[in-house]
Design a protein around this ligand. Structure first.
Ligand code: 5GP
Length: 190
């Protein structure tokens, strides 16, 4: 059995990161989202333990002191953190973990875990200028229509397929590395 890895998605806002994360969780098995702890108030429809673990500043501070977070950061005036034990146990069980965290957290995770345990994917937004040029070139669309087309699902669909491909490739690479390691160890005739 191979060890799991952490998949971190980073993106500038508006690139569709959360949508992509949700799509990947639906289409792929063996990968789960790490549910973060936050001090911000729940939004309409958000559920405790599913979207976030919601807690007070005081409780959050205690968790920080206890070393409960693999990473934590202040984002838009609220604190957010990823549970260390949840991630480490999942990796040890051979499960992959998706982290939907900001760039400060991503940097801490890359620094805090073994490099082989982390796969970072940067999602680049569609090139606005190229798209605008192409659409304006047709010469018949109003500004609203252009904006509407640019927000269309085509780019997201492609990004989703690419993300799934990265996930599969990383899984296969780790299996191969493990096979190689076994062969090398067998050569030592232990
Ligand atoms: P929201 O409050 O809209 O759910 O999330 C705001 C931002 O916080 C998003 O960029 C999200 O990726 C980030 N975020 C959510 N959970 C965590 C976490 O555990 N750690 C860090 N560093 N960022 C997080």
């Amino acid at each position: 059995m191979r060890r799991g890895f952490v998949l971190i998605l980073s993106a500038p806002s508006g690139a569709g990161k959360s949508t992509l994360a949700r799509q990947l969780l639906v289409s792929s098995s063996g990968i789960n989202l790490s549910v973060s702890t936050t001090t911000r108030a729940p939004r309409a429809g958000e559920q405790e333990g599913i979207d976030y673990y919601f807690c007070t500043q005081e409780k959050f501070r205690q968790l920080v002191v206890q070393g409960a977070f693999l990473e934590w950061a202040a984002v838009f005036g609220h604190s957010y953190g990823t549970s260390r034990i949840v991630v480490e146990e999942a990796l040890a069980r051979g499960e992959d973990v998706l982290l939907d965290i900001d760039w400060q957290g991503a940097r801490q995770v890359r620094a805090g875990l073994r490099s082989g345990d982390v796969v970072s994917v940067f999602i680049s937004p569609p090139s606005r200028s190229k798209l605008e040029e192409r659409l304006r070139g047709r010469g018949k669309d109003s500004e609203e229509v252009i904006a509407g087309r640019m927000a269309k699902a085509d780019d997201l669909t492609r990004a989703h397929v690419e993300l799934e491909t990265i996930l599969q490739a990383e899984r296969l690479r780790r299996l191969r590395l493990e096979e190689d390691a076994k062969e090398i160890l067998a050569g030592f005739d232990l």
